[in-house]
Design a protein. Structure first.
Length: 193
């Protein structure tokens, strides 16, 4: 991609002010570049509801909380994103009454055909820069498939793929659940079509 010489960069402070004034639109911010987010599909919404419901039920009564895509996550001082769901166990995040998480332990992206390459590539590289993050979970909308990337060391992440009939294990929040529960009421495209 060629850089646009006429593109103006926005400061973090200006971005946060734009976000707080924008009631109907959300923007991600990466190193001065602001990108408006698009809406999702019905299946995307169903998967998000299922996932957040599962997380909320398991985390009830613990020192961790699940958050929806309405809450921005700071993955670095100049990088702000909106995952489809996130979990934090950090007391500062849980006590804060602001609009940004700073120390998530797990983030979840529901993939769409138009965003999958970005979510698996650049966005994953941004998430890897967040020191508190232990797991990055990518959920397909095209098939029953969930990929969990787990931090092994600062620079090493291991892939744990899950498919039909599997039980997903999220080590960062000591949680197990059947993959099928993520896809409840979600009609998927026919294989081979």
């Amino acid at each position: 991609m060629v850089a646009d010489p006429h593109r103006r960069l926005m400061s973090v402070e200006d971005y946060l002010e734009l976000e707080r004034q924008s009631l109907d639109v959300r923007y991600e911010y990466i190193d001065g570049i602001v990108t408006m987010l698009a809406g999702g599909t019905t299946n995307h919404a169903r998967i998000c509801v299922n996932l957040i419901s599962l997380l909320h039920a398991v985390l009830r009564g613990t020192s961790c909380q699940v958050f929806t895509s309405d809450l921005r996550v700071s993955v670095a001082p100049t990088r702000y994103v909106y995952p489809d769901a996130s979990v934090s166990c950090d007391p500062h995040d849980l006590e804060d009454r602001g609009d940004t998480l700073h120390a998530p332990c797990a983030v979840f992206e529901v993939l769409s055909p138009s965003t999958e390459a970005y979510d698996r590539g650049k966005k994953f590289s941004f998430y890897r820069g967040c020191p508190s993050l232990q797991e990055y979970v990518m959920v397909s909308t095209q098939e029953q498939a969930v990929d969990v990337y787990r931090r092994a060391t600062d620079n090493l992440w291991t892939l744990h793929p899950f498919g039909p009939g599997d039980e997903i294990h999220l080590k960062s929040i000591s949680m197990r659940f059947p993959l099928a529960s993520v896809y409840e009421h979600v009609p998927l495209p026919e294989e081979g079509v």
